[in-house]
Design a protein around this ligand. Structure first.
Ligand SMILES: [Zn+2]
Length: 291
């Protein structure tokens, strides 16, 4: 689920997407969103479906999965899991969207086979996810809201912090850098294209973004000691050729030994469907746990 669309799908245990249903603009009230969600689930439901998994841009209450406050969706302090379980009578799992994408990349994408990884999704905002000791961390993993520039620019949306990674290394930050250079019609896409064709200003702006990303990753590596850091999200994947190498160098510059020589940053592999596939895996978890 997202602010501008709901993507639903039928997914098997191997992460294969067998059917899809996309709703544009799910609406501006709780009632509209629930109606759109129920209708999209309804449209895919048949005898094959064993469980439902939900991925949502929101912090969830640990233990209960209650939606506390969704970003860009009119859901506030709401038991979405209970709603879907009552409506459809199936096991239901719910997870933050970036946690769900992390789960998918770990099980089926760029993080296959490791026991410890971090993921950052660079899109409109910056989401995060953590796999530690072979399990997805099911609590808040708001890795986009760590300070990388003291006294830096204000953060976005519901966040009142300053100098957070999200304010400096998201697609929105890249849009802003482009507008500052080439006017209001410019955007992150132009920044990336100009950087690729050798424009010095664009290359500098991308290096600055990569530097903040790398500083954040180096700091996180000193806490979590991941084998691998996966970078995904619309902007992260579209600009991976410009971001990952300098970010890795910056990260190694902050990381303690031996991560200062071994820390690896790689691109996500599952693309825009990581969230959908991860939500499905969360549904299978609920099924297996008998929820
Ligand atoms: Zn923030």
């Amino acid at each position: 689920m997202g602010g501008t669309k709901i993507l639903a799908g039928v997914v098997d245990r191997e992460g294969k997407v067998l059917a899809r249903h996309l709703v544009e603009s799910p609406g501006s009230s709780e009632e509209d969103v629930l109606e759109a969600l129920d209708a999209s689930l309804e449209s895919l439901l048949d005898d094959r479906i064993a469980a439902i998994g939900l991925g949502i841009p929101s912090n969830l209450e640990r233990g209960t999965g209650r939606v506390l406050r969704a970003t860009n969706l009119p859901l506030d302090d709401f038991d979405l899991l209970g709603h879907v379980r009552t409506r459809f009578g199936l096991p239901v799992g719910i997870e933050n969207d970036a946690n769900a994408a992390t789960f998918a990349e770990w099980k089926l994408g760029a993080g296959r086979g490791v026991s410890n990884l971090l993921m950052l999704t660079l899109g409109t905002g910056v989401g995060g996810g953590i796999v530690l000791d072979g399990a997805l961390y099911r609590g808040w993993a708001e890795l986009g809201h760590i300070v990388v520039l003291a006294g830096g620019p204000p953060c976005q949306g519901n966040c009142h912090g300053h100098g957070h990674l999200e304010a400096l290394a998201s697609g929105t930050a890249a849009d802003r850098a482009a507008r500052e250079r080439w006017g209001d019609a410019s955007n992150a896409r132009e920044l990336v294209e100009r950087a690729r064709s050798g424009d010095d200003g664009a290359r500098g702006a991308m290096l600055e973004i990569a530097g903040y990303l790398g500083d954040a990753i180096g700091s996180l590596a000193n806490i979590f000691d991941p084998e691998l850091v996966v970078v995904g999200g619309g902007f992260g994947e579209a600009a991976s050729d410009l971001l990952l190498e300098p970010a890795q160098a910056a990260a190694r510059g902050q990381a303690l030994a031996p991560a200062d020589g071994t820390l690896r940053i790689v691109s996500a592999e599952l693309g825009v469907e990581a969230g959908l596939i991860g939500a499905a895996l969360v549904g299978f978890d609920a099924l297996d746990e008998g929820d």
